[in-house]
Write a protein that binds this ligand. Structure first.
Ligand SMILES: NC(=O)c1ccc[n+]([C@@H]2O[C@H](COP(=O)([O-])OP(=O)(O)OC[C@H]3O[C@@H](n4cnc5c(N)ncnc54)[C@H](O)[C@@H]3O)[C@@H](O)[C@H]2O)c1
Length: 261
């Protein structure tokens, strides 16, 4: 039987483009109802033309790193529903590129604020809705940088390791409520984010973008890019009843990345 997410209610942070939007589309294709938010009006406006908008797809403007805005986002959702099946904590920025001596404390703070503390804002408000649902799942998007060191990206690595720590802890706290908590670690994703990352790294190292790109792809044994939809597919598996006994896990989707450098 094909995997179904029929009428599963799913919240996705930073869902208007990239991995979040690809995941939203995979979930919608399997029958889910998606509530997403994003800071970017342009991407939200594009989504507002989707045929399922205000039917099974709801999109809101919200800065995930602002607790007040996140609380407002939940107030909007709570006008429609009281229970959810899944929260996907997808928001995360790449942070600055450079050796520690060259990095600014403001950039460190911003990276941790968006990549870790925002997840807290969403999780805190989602747990009562998951409890009302008598179970469900939280999926935290970490990174290969959450299981390996990542030279020149120390704040990003710190934030993504923190996401794993929170995941393991929450899985233990929430297991008795039948709420499963897992982290996904995407590898090098073909998309806009990597275009920016490659540009910054090439500039810092004073080498060509082509060389940096080749290096990134070669970090996976499978010598391949990972696609945004690959993350959507693993999310949909974890949300579905096929994943109902999986919790506390860190799941790389990275073509077997063996290094990040
Ligand atoms: N792209 C990759 O190669 C890669 C690899 C590993 C992990 N990840 C992780 O996957 C997640 C998604 O990555 P992506 O590549 O799709 O990101 P992205 O940079 O393409 O951005 C996705 C969305 O996040 C939104 N956003 C940024 N800051 C926000 C904020 N403060 N509030 C609300 N929305 C905000 C943007 O507007 C955008 O629509 C992140 O946590 C990222 O760290 C990405």
């Amino acid at each position: 039987m094909p995997l179904s997410l029929q009428n599963k209610k799913i919240i996705i942070s930073a869902g208007a483009s990239g991995i979040g939007w690809a995941t939203a589309k995979v979930c919608l294709s399997k029958g889910a109802i998606v509530y997403l938010c994003d800071i970017d009006i342009k991407s939200l406006n594009k989504i507002k033309k989707h045929p399922l908008i205000n039917k099974r797809l709801f999109a809101y403007k919200c800065d995930a790193s602002d607790e007040y805005e996140v609380s407002n986002f939940f107030t909007q959702i709570n006008k429609k529903i009281k229970k959810i099946d899944t929260l996907i904590n997808n928001v995360g920025v790449s942070g600055p590129t450079g050796t520690i001596e060259k990095l600014d404390s403001k950039d460190w703070e911003r990276t941790l604020k968006i990549n870790v503390i925002s997840h807290f804002y969403f999780t805190k408000l989602a747990i009562p809705m998951l409890k009302k649902n008598k179970g469900g799942s939280i999926i935290n998007i970490s990174s290969g940088a959450g299981i390996m060191g990542f030279p020149l990206r120390s704040p990003y690595a710190a934030s993504k390791w923190a996401v794993i720590g929170v995941t393991k802890t929450l899985a233990m706290e929430l297991g008795k409520f039948k709420i499963r908590v897992n982290a996904i670690c995407p590898g090098t994703i073909k998309g806009n984010r990597m275009v920016r990352v490659i540009k910054d790294k090439a500039k810092f190292l004073k080498v060509s973008k082509k060389l940096v790109e080749k290096e990134f792809v070669s970090m996976a044994s499978m010598n391949c890019w990972i696609y945004e939809e690959d993350i959507g597919k693993i999310c949909s598996f974890l949300i579905s009843s096929d994943g109902e006994r999986i919790s506390g896990q860190t799941i790389p989707v990275d073509g077997n990345a063996t290094r990040l450098d």
